[in-house]
Design a protein. Structure first.
Length: 480
């Protein structure tokens, strides 16, 4: 160990940096190999009991070695993840990550920046990403964005900002006791985190109205208008409509321009849950489907899905950053801003959201765009949608398969057709997991079970789609 000049031998730095450096280089090479050779491994495999048992040891009190800990990871953790970097992973809307993302995480770990604020370059990196996103979505210069863990928290922020806009800053002191009449609206296909956000924000889930959807899974605007009108007649106060840009079940995009019209006419805040679909703005063939998103008051999305940034990198963007300050800024004595020095600057990231301690999530996003470029990321988004259309075509061409929902973006829901479709399709999905070549997920649409392929991975190609179709047909014949 290194010896400290004024105190006990307490540093956590190594006594031998050379040895650490050698092992660190080996681990980095191993992780690059992990991605380069990923097709040689199964998408997912069951974690053995021995591996689980190895991770139930008590808290280590004595020092150990990095080499031993790394061997344990190699044996017990690395082979048993969910598998989203694998091109055969089509289970959920998870991004695949990139080699550049590995490097970014390493740099961020070394800097160990707390990007809650203060006069430092990481804050400027995050501000640059905010400017990029405001321009991408057609938001004005007043727009501000901030990184969070994911869209669940970003949607929660949308509810809180809408609440403060509707009731004024006083609600932060007085609470919602006098405002039980507020109501929000989202479609029947909205993500469950919207109801959870209403719960966490103190409204309760009963204050969220469910709007029906059309045959394509999009929010029905006349039903929204009717529910808003009925609530107003009953003395209630509509304040928020949450639109989905890429629903979790089928990838449907709500009619954003029409919803913006309703929100403006009714004095409601329009928040868009664009968890994965919003970044379709990077793809020339997808962006027109998001028409109207520039009129949103706020937007939530993830860079770690279609943006391929490593987990986690969620984002909240408001048309006017002043609303974020109204909802979250609460300067304490120890955070007082100075005109110069380390404490300089105004509107720190911690003023714009719920977090004070914040990792340097902006770095991996910034580096991803710097190295690959927005156009290449957009091309990978277009490619996943093209693969979804290809899969839909393969399904339509097979008498034993049927589509379960329209294909809007990159999610394809389909079934194996047989006498007992519920049982057989469930067993098909489980069989595919055990085989390890491809891994779809499943959902229920109008009460019927369906296989769900979410194609998000930039590594996925037609051969992987063909492998999915062939595996489903093979398993279906065996199980029905």
């Amino acid at each position: 160990m290194m010896h400290m000049a004024d105190g006990p031998d307490a540093t956590l730095d190594p006594a031998d940096w050379t040895q650490l450096r050698a092992l660190g280089h080996q681990i980095l090479d191993d992780m690059f190999d992990h991605l380069e050779d990923i097709r040689a491994r199964p998408v997912w495999q069951q974690m053995p009991d021995a591996a689980r048992a190895s991770l139930r040891a008590p808290l280590p009190r004595a020092p150990g070695s990095l080499a031993d800990a790394y061997r344990s990871l190699q044996d017990n953790v690395i082979p048993y993840t969910v598998g989203n970097p694998h091109p055969g992973f089509m289970g959920w809307v998870h991004g695949a990550g990139t080699p550049v993302g590995i490097v970014a995480e390493m740099i961020a770990g070394a800097l160990n920046a707390n990007v809650g604020g203060r006069n430092q370059a990481p804050v400027e990196v995050e501000r640059q990403v905010s400017q990029w996103m405001a321009a991408l979505f057609g938001f004005p210069d007043t727009a501000r964005g901030v990184f969070v863990t994911g869209t669940s928290i970003a949607n929660f922020m949308g509810v809180v900002v809408a609440r403060t806009q509707a009731l004024g800053r006083d609600v932060r002191a007085h609470g919602l006791a006098a405002h039980a009449d507020l109501r929000a609206y989202a479609s029947a296909e909205a993500h469950g985190c919207i109801a959870k956000a209403m719960d966490m924000a103190g409204f309760g889930t009963d204050a969220l109205r469910t709007v029906r959807v059309d045959a394509a899974g999009r929010m029905d605007v006349p039903d929204l208008a009717a529910q808003v009108a009925a609530d107003r007649r009953n003395g209630l106060r509509p304040f928020l409509v949450v639109a989905s840009a890429g629903t979790v079940n089928t990838g449907a995009i709500d009619p954003l321009a029409a919803l913006a019209d309703v929100a403006r006419e009714q004095g409601m805040w329009l928040h868009v849950d664009g968890a994965y679909g919003a970044l379709g703005m990077l793809a020339p063939d997808v962006a027109p489907l998001l028409d109207g998103i520039a009129r949103a008051d706020s937007l939530a999305f993830d860079f770690h899905k279609w943006g391929q940034v490593p987990y986690d990198a969620g984002y909240f963007l408001a048309r006017d950053g002043a609303h974020m300050l109204d909802a979250f800024a609460a300067p304490a004595a120890y955070l007082q801003r100075a005109s110069t020095g380390l404490a300089a600057g105004t509107a720190w990231p911690c003023d714009l959201g719920p977090d004070l301690s914040r990792g340097f999530r902006a770095l991996k996003t910034w580096l991803t765009f710097q190295v690959y470029g927005a156009d290449a990321i957009g091309s990978s988004i277009s490619a996943t949608c093209a693969l979804a259309r290809y899969l839909a075509g393969r399904v339509a061409a097979e008498p034993s398969l049927e589509l379960a929902a329209p294909v809007a973006l990159n999610i394809v829901c389909f079934r194996y057709v047989c006498a007992d479709p519920e049982r057989v399709n469930r067993e098909i999905v489980l069989a595919l997991y055990d085989e390890g070549r491809v891994a779809p997920s499943a959902t229920t649409l109008e009460g019927r079970y369906a296989i769900r392929a979410a194609i998000v991975n930039h590594r996925t190609c037609r051969a992987d789609i063909d492998a999915l179709v062939e595996a489903v047909l093979r398993a279906g014949r065996r199980l029905s």
